[in-house]
Design a protein around this ligand. Structure first.
Ligand SMILES: [Zn+2]
Length: 330
C-alpha cells in the first residue's frame, strides 16, 4: 500500500515484473482529472440544481440571466465510466463483473443470463473464484456488494454557468442548465396541429471542465484500466452504447473525454482551461514523459489480467495516440 511515513508509491508487489512509474508526490495521484467536454447532456434525473422546486413559478426558462448552478450525478458518470472499463476487459477477451445483482428485478426476462454469455460474470463471482479474494479489476475499482466500497472515489461534477466560479482542480465544469419544454403536436389534419402533450427535460449544455476521481489504493493496473477505458469512451463517443447519460437517440451525451496528464502541476491544469494561453514548453515535455508512463500503466493492467486468464491483446487505442491531441493545439 502507500506505506508509513515515506512518500506514497504505487504498489506492484502483487504483479509479475517491474514497472517504471512516476513518483506519486510529483503527480496528481491519487487524484486523476478527466477532461470533459459535452455539447449537450441530458442525463435523465441525473441533474441537481440549486433551484429547488418551490421556486419553479419564479423561474423563466428562457431568461438568459438565469445563472443556475448544480451538480451532475455521480451515478450517471460512474455507469458510463464503468461501462468503458467493462468493454476494455471484454475486448481483451476477459469477462467483467456484471453491474447488477443476480436476484434483481430486471424488466426483461433472461437479461442477466444473456449478459453472462456476453462478456460478464456474475457480480462478485470473481471474489469466490480467486485465491486472494480481491476479485476482478472492475470489482475492485467500482465495488461489489454493500459492504465493499470501490477503490475509485467518484464525485459529482459541480457546474456553474459563470466561468470565474468554476474550479477545475475541484472537479467542476462550466455548464448551462436549461429545462427544455417541448409541445408534442398532432400531425393529423383533423387536429389542426393541436398539442398532444407537453414534455419537459433537464439538460446541461456546453459542459467544459473536469471530473475528479481519486484512487483509494494505488495499484498501477487501476490507472491502466481507467486510461484505456477513457480512450475507448472518447473514440466511440458517438455510438449509442458509449454516450454519457440518457437521450441517446437525440445526440445528447456525446462526450469528448481524456485523462489530463497526471504530471501537470495545479497551475498547469488551470492553464489547460485558459483559452487565452497555450501549453508551455514544460507541459509539452511532461506530455512526452507521460507517454512512456502511460504504456507502463497499461502494461501493468495486461500483467494483472493475464495472470488470471493467459494472454491479452495489445492496447486497443494505439492507433489513436491521446498524447498528440492536446487541447492547446486546437
Ligand atoms: Zn468480477
Amino acid at each position: 500500500m502507500t506505506g508509513g511515513s515515506e512518500s506514497p508509491s504505487f504498489s506492484v508487489g502483487h504483479l509479475d515484473g517491474e514497472f517504471e512509474l512516476p513518483p506519486v508526490d510529483e503527480s496528481t495521484f491519487p487524484d486523476l482529472y478527466l477532461d470533459l467536454g459535452v455539447d449537450l447532456l441530458a442525463p435523465g434525473d441525473g441533474v441537481v440544481t440549486d433551484r429547488h422546486h418551490a421556486s419553479a413559478d419564479r423561474y423563466e426558462a428562457d431568461d438568459a440571466m438565469n445563472q443556475i448552478r448544480g451538480q451532475i450525478s455521480p451515478f450517471t458518470l460512474s455507469g458510463w465510466l464503468r461501462h468503458g472499463c467493462e468493454r476494455v476487459l471484454q475486448i481483451a477477451g476477459m469477462t467483467a463483473c456484471h453491474p447488477g445483482e443476480p436476484n434483481a428485478d430486471y424488466m426483461r426476462a433472461d437479461v442477466y443470463d444473456r449478459d453472462l454469455s456476453q462478456g460478464y460474470h456474475e457480480k462478485g463471482e470473481c471474489v469466490d473464484a480467486g485465491s486472494d479474494e480481491q476479485g476482478c479489476v472492475v470489482y475492485e475499482l467500482f465495488g461489489g456488494f454493500g459492504d465493499k466500497p470501490g477503490e475509485l472515489l467518484r464525485r459529482p461534477i459541480r457546474f456553474s454557468p459563470v466561468r470565474s466560479q468554476v474550479d477545475v482542480l475541484r472537479g467542476e465544469a462550466e455548464a448551462h442548465y436549461r429545462q427544455l419544454h417541448t409541445q408534442v403536436r398532432s400531425r393529423n389534419d383533423e387536429d389542426g396541429g393541436q398539442p398532444l402533450r407537453h414534455a419537459t427535460r433537464d439538460v446541461v449544455g456546453n459542459v467544459e471542465g473536469t471530473w475528479l476521481l481519486t484512487l483509494r489504493s494505488l495499484k498501477p493496473e487501476f490507472v491502466g484500466l481507467l486510461l484505456e477505458a477513457v480512450s475507448l469512451l472518447n473514440g466511440k463517443s458517438d455510438s449509442f452504447e458509449f454516450q454519457l447519460g440518457g437521450a441517446r437517440n437525440f445526440g445528447a451525451g456525446i462526450a469528448d473525454v481524456e485523462v489530463l496528464n497526471p504530471l501537470y502541476s495545479e497551475q498547469e491544469i488551470r492553464r489547460v482551461y485558459n483559452r487565452a494561453r497555450k501549453p508551455t514548453a514544460a507541459m509539452q515535455e511532461k506530455d512526452d514523459e507521460w507517454r512512456t508512463y502511460r504504456e507502463e500503466f497499461v502494461r501493468a493492467l495486461q500483467t494483472r489480467v493475464s495472470d488470471a486468464d493467459g494472454e491479452l491483446d495489445t492496447p486497443i487505442d494505439r492507433r489513436d495516440d491521446a498524447g498528440e491531441r492536446k487541447r492547446g493545439e486546437l
